[in-house]
Design a protein around this ligand. Structure first.
Ligand code: UD1
Length: 423
């Protein structure tokens, strides 16, 4: 397994292009199953999770071609000849559950393995299943698989009310509703930019959707959807991660394609910490020039709140802040696995349940550490860039699921970072 070696090397200065959003692309790709005509995505990120979704769609009979060095995904689902999403692929990535709604809506039946994915607490899919049941699906859970059928071959419009916000369940319900008979109202829907992006793409395919970006989405089902071409929205998590690079190391970095509306709550916290974020014509420019950042308290929430996917990286920053910060994780249980690794680098962190108290130290020290999940791995790289000496982050296969060319992007700003090939 590969490792990444980083050496604290002073301020970072330069320009980092931000890719299309992994999480948007992972829900836009299954949308191809809703139509017999081609769906083409541009601005796709080049990531192992995207390759896993490609494999999954291909296993169902869809054609997926990766063009222009992976930036364009040309998909066609005109003949879906297999309706079973196999455990061997699904276990690699939770987002695989997103093929369930589209397959069921299009052909009236689907069998999907229950997913595995990032080891961040119990992550059930009950809300996905309840939404589809509300639309008339008959579900049977057997041998680790969900066997789903729509009586009469078609789902029915319904009121789907979520007890709490779920991004994935909203996406599954939204895709399924586009081809259901009648009107579906999704209440307490997720408002994430990835949901809005999905709705925009579905509308280009002929879906009738209103209210995306608010907590109530209304979908008028249609008989069929057609082909479309759609650019994937900017990755706000990659954006936030690279915004933290100059915040933690000092210097000035312009993130190309960055938009304030994608990261407003996060940028506000950076501002409170004393980091400057300004909009430019090309994106967002972030700089820290005056000494240590200040401690700030952070609570993760569904969008438009502070994203859970930036919590680990923010913790890396707060480890060197002046004062004590309290970080509250409200979306996932057990999402502080990076804390003990940061402590190996000299960080002072006290974790109690879903709360972490971080007392800033003036300098972290390099150490061998282990990546435990996707966002944790990049938080350790950020911490290593700000530490004295050398940090080796092992198990970086998590990193490749969500960050393309991370070494290249950081090196272009003056970071000392290299990949060590594993056996
Ligand atoms: C998506 C993102 C992930 C991000 C998360 C929250 C993708 C591919 N992944 O994950 O990076 O961290 O949103 O912003 O887009 N839950 C249930 N039952 C369900 C579904 C969810 O109890 O059926 C719980 C989860 O365990 C979690 C909370 O709801 O505690 C929110 O999860 P959800 O928004 O569904 O996250 P994902 O869609 O899996």
């Amino acid at each position: 397994m590969d490792s990444i070696l980083v050496r604290g090397n002073g301020p970072l200065n330069g320009v980092i292009p931000i890719a299309g959003a992994k999480n948007a692309c992972l829900t836009l790709m299954p949308a191809t199953l809703l139509s017999e005509e081609p769906l083409t995505l541009t601005n796709a990120p080049r990531l192992s999770d995207i390759r896993t979704m490609t494999q999954l769609l291909q296993s169902l009979g869809a054609e997926v071609a990766s063009l222009k060095d992976g930036l364009v995904l040309a998909m066609s689902s005109h003949s879906i000849d297999n309706h079973t999403a196999d455990y061997d692929i699904v276990r690699k990535m939770r987002a695989s559950i997103l093929v369930l709604g589209p397959m069921l809506a299009r052909d009236g039946h689907a069998i999907v393995s229950l997913p595995g994915g990032c080891a961040i607490g119990a992550r059930p899919v009950d809300l996905h299943l309840k939404a589809l049941e509300a639309m008339g699906a008959e579900l049977d859970l057997r041998d680790g698989y969900v066997h789903a059928k729509a009586p009469g071959g078609r789902l029915k419009g319904a009121v789907v009310e979520f007890p709490f916000v779920s991004v994935g369940a909203t996406e599954n319900a939204l895709m399924a509703a586009t081809l259901a008979k009648g009107t579906t109202v999704i209440k307490n829907a997720a408002r994430e930019p990835e949901i809005v992006d999905l709705a925009h793409c579905l509308k280009k395919m002929g879906a009738q959707i209103e209210g995306e970006g608010t907590s109530t989405i209304t979908v008028q089902g249609v008989d069929r959807l057609h082909g479309a071409t759609h650019p994937v929205v900017t990755d706000r998590i990659e954006l936030g991660t690279y915004m933290l690079a100059p915040a933690i190391c000092g210097g000035e970095v312009e993130c190309l394609g960055g938009r304030m509306d994608l990261v407003a709550a996060f940028a506000e916290k950076l501002d409170q910490a004393g980091v400057s974020v300004v909009e430019t014509e090309r994106g967002l420019k972030v700089s820290r020039k005056n000494g240590r950042v200040k401690a700030v308290d952070v609570t993760t929430e569904p969008f438009p709140g502070f994203p859970t996917d930036l919590q680990a990286q923010m913790m890396a920053l707060l480890c060197t802040a002046d004062g004590t910060s309290v970080l509250e994780e409200k979306i996932f249980e057990n999402r502080f696995m990076h804390a003990p690794e940061l402590m190996r680098m000299g960080a002072k962190i006290d974790v109690h349940g879903g709360t972490a108290k971080v007392t800033g130290v003036s300098k972290l020290r390099g150490a061998p550490v282990m990546a435990t999940d996707l966002r944790a791995s990049v938080s350790l790289i950020l911490a290593g860039l700000a530490a004295e000496g050398e940090t080796v982050v092992s198990r970086v296969y998590h990193l490749d699921r969500g960050y393309e060319r991370v070494e290249e992007k950081l090196m272009a700003c003056g970071a000392h970072i290299e990949r060590i090939a594993g056996n």
